[in-house]
Design a protein around this ligand. Sequence first.
Ligand code: SAH
Length: 272
Amino acid sequence: MNPKPRKRFAQHWLKSEEALDSIAEAANLQKSDRVLEIGPGTGVLTSRLLPQVRAVVAVEIDRDLCKKLVKSLGKQENFLLLQGDILSLDLDSLLVPFPRFQAPNKVVANIPYNITGPILEKLLGTIREPSQTEYDLIVLLMQKEVADRLVAEPGTKAFGALSVRVQYLATCEYICCVPSKAFYPAPKVDSAVVRLIPRSVLPAVINPNNLDILVKLGFANRRKMLKNNLKSIVESDRLVQLLEKLNINPQSRAENLSLQDWITLSNNLQGE
Ligand code: SAH
């Protein structure tokens, strides 16, 4: 019997073999891989990963689950379990005594949905401070609504500040939808598997702080035109001129600008 899921840790046990297959396949697992798993829970995904890779280091916050995981998977020599909060622990230093598990090159996880944003930030960093740890690939099962935002194209409803921020740091690919009935207990929302490939070379931005502020202000009120949302940092007439010069419609709303448009705009607004 699986342990009773705890709401406060956003526990939903994945029971669909099909979903587990999709996650493993999307991770393109290799014998040499060192995988970081966030929230192994009862270990269903972990058990899939272990036979296929060199090492799995899993971080689980729930002490009771950790005891169970040690019992069920503790004997496997390529498994290391760390009890703690993924958001606050310092993985690099904790792994110093465990050479086999150091510097994981992939992240594969069915994450706790209540901290999706902070997990993305922990793994990828921010526009201002991109992460130093560079993973080859990250496969996450997350709520579908967030997945849609990560892969959204400009000009669509789902395209927002999160899309620009994450797409700046990684290429994002939608793998498949996972219906809520694939879990116990079924979450209120559908889920989706997403693959992120962190960019090893970031797009050329002269001043990342500038881009960060621009995206924040630009999307502050989605119904307003960009020139109105950016009034506090650039005079509206001047912005219209600049947008025309850059071949961006001056009537645009933030959602109409592509990642490249944001970067070009930021680079051309130096010193404003
Ligand atoms: N991977 C499992 C469980 C997913 S549910 C499965 O697919 O069935 C999310 C898991 O993340 C739970 O086990 C929960 O206890 C754990 N978790 C929640 N918050 C966490 C945090 N801050 N750090 C690490 N693990 C966390």
